[in-house]
Design a protein around this ligand. Structure first.
Ligand code: GLN
Length: 607
């Protein structure tokens, strides 16, 4: 089953690839060599998984996307106040190459325009320009998660033609913003713009910021935590130049674009996104990149200001049908089948408010488990709600798994509108809807039946006394004598066959056809089902051990046909045939031991 996140991204890529507006950046001659068709998208989760589509491995120069990362290094090296004294944090609303300086101090308005970035490059630690370059390179490498290199021809191309940037650098020197040699800082700035990355690298850089400054795969801290929000703030207000306001309004993620065609977007605490497509609009932002972010934000409610609960807790635990079987007492064939196969039923206890990132994690875990899974039970008891987009992905996953013959069923969503409605609204046409059970026991029993292929089995098979666990090992001729003492009774579906607390009348029941549930009454007036029984099984046999009141209620789930035997009759017969009594007591002991073992397993699984 392909991840629905992957399917979504492939679909998005296909739709947006048709967009061919825009032009390659031409003011740096070397950039005109890019292929306008290049287009990659990568989304990285906070536990480091990358979903990639298209030309995700195509290297290109990072250009202005280097700016927030060099700003990060300057903050880490000089501290907030020293950096603020040289470079402001006000959006200029101007183009990236504008000369927007504070009229009083001469300080560039923010570090995302070229003037601010060139000043920032002069601020990172290092006694010489070479040492400062090594610092820039190592800082960017920590964000990417590998050592990065420079595209020398792009660097030379820009350095030979970057007259406007050269003018800006001299101006910064004039205002005392750059202390040292301005041309050396400018060359470092050109080099940082020529660092080679692919859009996967960008997504990891973004994910590192989303993850509070720690690279999600290497675990290396790229930036002290207290500076992360500063970097994200200037990205949010200034990252898209004179498009920044509309961007925040429509997309709502701190972002940065570069004239190489890259865009990064950060959803703090949740995702990092990298996109590459070199066709640019008049403001120097990737046309397809913007469109991808708009649609992602809309389809998955990724706007930073939209609330999304706490998705990280989405999956609280996983166990299997072998750890916690249903409370039904299966017949011998089915028990053998379940002993071998019940681990292929997986329970997932979901937790909290389920948004896209939480559900992405859940689906990913399900896909990992899929090769060894026959059915998934999603226990929704602890789920507070589910977003529309998460419900849509979950439904897509359910259909995808169904295609691989893996069932996904829900338990405990009864009458919970915050879960049921988003799930049913996003069910596809032709989808028969999701299967929901009132409790885990009913759900796992359904899964066990499916495993055993028993849905049909129950309806069609007829049990006889010989199948009953109580009469195992009893010779046929003796069994015939027992059978002669029985009477047959048919109970309508829904009938109460036995009631808890009722005086035991000595009747023992053998199911010939149909299914019953064994129920114990609860404080709140409801019932807890502790087992269900089918053809060939017996109930009420505890009277043989001298029990005088019924300890549980028995309800007919379907029309049930039983053979009924009286304790008195058995006692009379075993006076003549003591081996009958011995066999019965032996079988009872075995049965009770089995029930005890299952109860113990349950207690362990619940602990
Ligand atoms: N190196 C480019 C410049 O300084 C970066 C511009 C950009 O990516 N917006 O002009």
């Amino acid at each position: 089953m392909q991840s629905p996140i992957q399917t979504y991204l492939e679909d998005l890529h296909r739709r947006i690839a048709g967009l061919d507006r825009g032009a390659l950046a031409s003011y740096i001659p070397e950039l005109t060599k890019a292929d306008p068709a290049w287009f990659g998208i990568c989304l990285v989760t906070l536990d480091g998984v990358a979903y990639t589509v298209g030309d995700a491995g195509q290297p290109f120069t990072i250009q202005s996307i280097s700016k927030p990362f060099v700003y990060a290094a300057a903050l880490a090296d000089r501290g907030r106040d020293a950096v603020l004294a040289k470079v402001g944090v006000e959006p200029s609303g101007d183009a990236f190459n504008s000369i927007s300086l504070n009229p009083q101090t001469g300080a560039p308005l923010n570090p995302m325009i070229n003037a601010g970035a060139i000043a920032t490059a002069s601020l990172v630690a290092g006694d010489t320009p070479e040492a400062q370059w090594r610092r820039i390179e190592s800082s960017m490498s920590a964000f990417v998660g590998r050592a990065v290199g420079v595209d020398e021809s792009v660097y030379r191309s820009e350095s030979e033609t970057g007259f406007r940037n050269r003018a800006i650098a001299w101006m910064l020197k004039n205002f005392g913003i750059i202390d040292g040699e301005p041309m050396a800082s400018l060359e470092n700035y050109f080099r940082q713009c020529s660092v080679l990355v692919d859009c996967r690298d960008l997504a990891y850089m973004a994910a590192t910021l989303a993850n509070g400054g720690v690279h999600p795969v290497t675990g290396q801290r790229a930036l002290p935590a207290e500076h992360v929000e500063r970097v994200l703030s200037v990205m949010a207000t200034c990252g898209m130049y004179d498009y920044a306001g509309s961007w925040l309004y429509e997309v709502g993620m701190p972002a940065k674009s570069g004239v190489g065609g890259g865009i990064i977007a950060v959803l703090p605490g949740r995702f990092g996104i990298g996109i590459f497509s070199p066709l640019l609009d008049e403001k120097g932002n990737s046309v397809r990149g913007i469109e991808v972010c708009k649609q992602l934000s809309r389809d998955f409610n990724m706007h930073v200001f939209s609330h999304a609960g706490q998705p990280a807790m989405a999956l609280s635990r996983v166990y299997t049908g072998a750890d916690a079987p249903s409370r039904r007492q299966p017949g011998a064939d089915m028990r053998a089948c379940l002993n071998a196969q019940a681990h292929r039923i997986k329970y997932l206890c979901l937790h909290g408010y389920l948004a896209v990132d939480g559900i992405e994690y859940v689906i990913r875990r399900m896909r990992e488990m899929a090769p060894d899974t026959h059915s998934f039970i999603l226990d929704m008891n602890q789920v507070a709600g589910i977003s529309e987009s998460a419900a849509r992905l979950l439904n897509q996953a359910r259909l995808g798994f169904a295609g691989d013959d893996i069932a996904v069923v829900f338990s405990r969503i009864h009458e919970r509108a915050g879960i049921v409605e988003p799930l049913s609204r996003s069910a596809h046409a032709g989808d028969r809807g999701c299967l929901c059970f009132e409790d885990n026991d009913l759900a796992v029993e359904w899964c066990e039946n499916r495993l055993y292929g028993a849905a049909a089995h129950y309806a069609d098979t007829a049990g006889s006394l010989a199948d009953s666990p109580l009469f195992q090992g009893v010779p046929d001729d003796l069994l015939d004598q027992v059978e002669a003492l029985t009477s047959v009774q048919v109970f309508a579906s829904g009938a109460a066959i036995l009631v808890t607390g009722q005086a035991g009348d000595g009747r023992i029941f053998f199911i010939e056809s149909g299914q019953v549930s064994i129920l114990v009454p609860l404080q709140n007036g409801g019932h807890q089902r502790i087992a269900s029984l089918g053809p060939g099984m017996n109930f009420g046999e505890m009277v043989l051990l001298g029990q005088t009141t019924r300890s549980a209620s028995v309800h007919a789930d379907t029309e049930v046909r039983c053979r009924i035997l009286d304790k008195e009759a058995i006692d009379r017969l075993s006076e003549q045939m003591p081996q009958l009594k011995i066999a019965l007591l032996e079988n009872l002991a075995l049965d009770v031991a089995g029930k005890l073992r299952r109860a113990t397993q349950w207690i362990a699984a619940l602990a």
